[in-house]
Design a protein around this ligand. Structure first.
Ligand code: NDP
Length: 336
């Protein structure tokens, strides 16, 4: 099969809020960007329902619709979007090379992309329990009572009993945040000691609206499309007893994994895999490569902050091209 060869000034890997915002900015600066969809085009918002905290939508907007709007806006200014699985990258020399296959399972490289600058917006994936009922709608109750983001979805559980799964700082933070809305929060942890920092763990242990189930694993989530979550099956790994536990929301907080495996050994990252950017910029340790969104942010992880860093990465890429490519016509800042 003939190899499809593409050369672009700006290549953006990932099409969540960060990647598509970078594309909107880069295309308006006439840099003719190429966006490469990841395995989840549109990113994590495509598996949520209502988004009520994205500014500009006073009545809220469905996550998938919001991402369609981002995509249309990027396309309107000339962004090209393709869907290939990037198998390997060579960032040793510019233009950088990205080798693409039709899918993760294919053997053959079918697309070779040359990039004068690369913006990495591959996002992060919430870790899931891998139990029945957890899959995103329509297969399961994910996005309909099962969530991995209290900030995004807590509001929908006003006055309801909910559970948080996990024992790290994220689980503590989620549980504490959710007490604002829920009638009661039950934290379910597989061991008899939290991994979280003592201060956070103590806050949870001492909170009047929070109960804790130790040595307990969630085995299944039950409910229907109409009712949302109704109960979960719990298993106590000390007593070996199972129980049906009524709840109306399940927040899985067992950690996130940035989607940065492709760049291991090439780009600087922390021990979890979050890409490290320089100071207030989106520059990575390789000149001409920028990172934005959840791939480099372990802390805020919001659509609006991801979009903000996508804008910053595009501006960084534009300035890099202006400094390195005298033949590239660059718009001035007033045109952003
Ligand atoms: P962590 O990896 O710290 O904790 C994950 C928790 O989930 C652990 O308690 C772990 O259990 C549990 N877990 C993992 N897999 C499973 C599973 N399959 N089934 C059941 N339970 C599971 O992740 P966090 O997201 O909590 O934190 C990540 C980093 O971010 C940490 O360094 C944390 O300190 C930091 N952070 C800091 C915050 C702050 O300072 N405000 C807020 C949020 C995060 P076990 O303990 O048994 O391994």
């Amino acid at each position: 099969m003939a190899i499809n060869e593409i050369h672009k000034k700006v290549v953006i890997l990932g099409s969540g809020p960060a990647g598509l915002t970078a594309a909107i900015y880069a295309s308006r600066a006439q840099l003719d960007p190429l966006v490469i969809d990841g395995p989840q085009p549109g990113g994590q918002l495509t598996i949520t329902t209502d988004v009520e905290n994205y500014p500009g939508f006073k009545s809220g907007i469905m996550g998938p619709i919001l991402m369609d709007e981002f995509r249309e806006q990027a396309l309107r200014f000339g962004t090209e979007i393709i869907n290939v699985w990037i198998d390997s990258v060579d960032l040793k020399q510019r233009p950088f090379t990205l080798n693409g296959k039709e899918s993760q399972d294919s053997d053959e490289i079918t697309t070779v992309i040359k990039a004068d600058t690369l913006i990495i917006s591959t996002g992060a994936s919430a870790k899931w329990l891998g139990i029945p009922g957890e899959d995103p709608v329509p297969e399961g109750l994910g996005g309909n009572g099962v969530s991995a983001c209290a900030t995004c979805d807590g509001f929908f559980f006003r006055g309801k009993p909910i559970t948080v799964v996990g024992g790290g700082d994220t689980a503590m933070e989620e549980a504490l945040f959710l007490t604002k809305f829920a009638s009661n929060v039950t934290v379910i942890h597989r061991r008899d000691d939290f991994r979280a920092s003592k201060i956070m763990a103590d806050r949870v242990k001492n909170h009047e609206k929070i109960d804790i189930k130790w040595n307990t694993e969630v085995e299944a989530i039950h409910g229907t499309k109409e009712t949302g979550v109704e109960s979960i099956t719990l298993y106590n790994n000390k007593t070996k007893q199972a129980e049906e536990f009524p709840t109306q929301g399940v927040f899985v907080a067992i950690g996130h994994k940035p989607n940065t495996d492709l760049f291991k050994g090439v780009l600087d990252m922390d021990e979890v895999g979050y890409l490290i950017t320089e100071g207030k910029t989106m520059k990575t340790n390789v000149e001409g490569v920028f990172a934005c969104g959840d791939a480099q942010d372990a802390y805020y992880r919001q659509a609006v902050t991801a979009a903000g860093t996508g804008c910053m990465a595009a501006i960084d890429a534009e300035r890099f091209l202006a400094e390195h490519e005298s033949d590239v016509e660059i718009q001035t800042a007033k045109n952003w």
